[in-house]
Design a protein around this ligand. Sequence first.
Ligand SMILES: *Cc1c(COP(=O)(O)O)cnc(C)c1O
Length: 416
Amino acid sequence: MQYDTVREVDPEIADALEREVDRQREGLQMIASENHVSRAVMEAQSSALTNKYAEGYPGKRYYAGCEHADRVEELAISRAKELWGADHVNVQPHSGSQANMGVYLAVLDPSDKILSLDLTHGGHLSHGHPANFAGQLFEVEQYEVDPETGYIDYEGLAAQADEFDPDMIVSGYSAYPREVEWERVQEVAEDTGAYHMADIAHITGLVAAGVHGSPVGIADFVTGSTHKTIRSGRGGIIMCEEEYADDIDSAVFPGAQGGPLMHNVAGKAVGFEEALSSEFEEYATRVVENAKTLGEVLQEHGFSLVSGGTDTHLLLVDLRDSHPDTTGGDAEDALEDAGIVLNANTVPGETRSAFNPSGIRAGTPAITTRGFGEEEMQSVGDAIARVVEHHDDETVRNEIREEIRALCDAHPLYDE
Ligand SMILES: *Cc1c(COP(=O)(O)O)cnc(C)c1O
């Protein structure tokens, strides 16, 4: 058995991996669901646990040799309990979508009814889009944000729930810049006898740090991704009260998955340990401050923000008011060329298409990890405004790329 490096075994992949590190280093990663994990998290994720089969749960495995896997999973669980204050935690979902699948399989039957936020209003595919298993397996209706304010229309949700009589209401979103009022959704769920699943995929880190209200102890189930604002190993997580523990655990394994990705569970454990520090609280606070500052800078440049601002790590810019002839796709392409990576996004009341929508979504988790603060937000906001304004102008894009490169060099990533 040889233990060669990727470079020795497979230079093509080694090249791509190196270029990816350079790409992340030399540009601003502003996709709201992304972050830069620590070297410690990466080391755990690339550990020998990738070799281990550990079907089952700590102390109840179907395979021998699981003592270290058990230790890793127990630590991941106990740290998650401390971070989010949950009774029961399952850290095995391979992703946030798998976590949602686990919850649906635990308490719903095929053709049961789900009420969730429309994808173009900020929802997620796994909440019941027709192209997703959830949309194919269940009967789904969708609620919306108030077209005037951009906030969740809680009264509309209540009226719709009354009419539709759902078995499950889903809250928690992918492109919603405002604080979610979990109690209001829970009230609706209780009134209609539905379960309430709060999917905090994007805001796991904000909730853990207390800079966004927590649905734990309010909603029946809380799900999330573990690689977004919480900045840990890639995957998913489910939290619930003890009464649902067995149903959730058996829905994840053997219901939806086989063996857990124990190397990723190790990455989750390490990231959770980091998130228990006071530095992480400061980080999460700065993520939100940075998003607010960036929003203000963009507004000064005439951009229009859905809901008029943000309480979270993300901004949703509706380009239709300020740049009616520029699509989200135009902006995304020009910004990427200038070293600012974010995504075109649908906006409430979308008049274009999902492939080339009218908005862009920008997030501050990754650039805040790099150490960006208020001053850099001013520069980033100015740069975004200039590129969008002159998206056809190569000279502008080249100029901005140089500026961004200098900002990045001043805040190195994965140095040495
Ligand atoms: C990102 C996200 C997910 C799913 O995440 P994956 O880990 O990519 O499967 C689920 N729900 C919401 C609201 C999300 O934003």
